[in-house]
Design a protein around this ligand. Sequence first.
Ligand code: CA2
Length: 147
Amino acid sequence: MTKKIAVLNGPNLNLLGSREPDTYGSTTLDEIQQMVVDQSNKYQIDVDFRQTNIEGELVDWIQETGSSCDGIILNAAAYTHTSIAIHDAVAAIGAPVIEVHLSNVFAREEYRHHSYISDVAVGVICGFGANGYVLAVDAIASMLRAN
Ligand code: CA2
C-alpha cells in the first residue's frame, strides 16, 4: 500500500537560496521539495510538503499530519530551540518524526545546541544541507518497510 509522509518546515526557511548561503546552502525550498519528492517516488511514498512562519500553524500541522500520514520529517527551524508547544505536539502523535536541520547546529551558537524536539523524535539528521532531507526520506522509508 502507498505510504504518505509530511515534510514540515518552520520559520524563515522560505528564504533559503536567497540569503546566508554559507550557513544554509544555495538550494531553495522549492528545490528541496523536488529532491524529497524524487527520492520518495523511489519508495512509492507520497509527500505533503509545507512551510509556515507561524508556531501555532506548525502545531496544527503536526497534529493533523500525525494522524493522516505514516511519518513526518520536521525542520522546525528556530522553534526547535524555543517551543514546548511543538515538543508536546510531537510527543502527542503516533507517527514517527525525524528532526532535520540543514546546518550542524552543534557547531553553531550555544543557544542552538538544545532542541525541544530531539527527545521525542525517532532520530535527528543535521549538518548535511539539503541532502539531509533526502537522507531523512531514506530513514523513514526503511522504518516504514520494517513495519
Ligand atoms: O539548520 C537548520 O535547518 C535550522 O533549523 C535553520 C533555522 C535555525 O534557526 C536553526 O537553528 C537551524 C533558521 C532557518 C532560517 O533560514 C534562513 C534561510 C535563508 C536566510 C535566512 C534564514
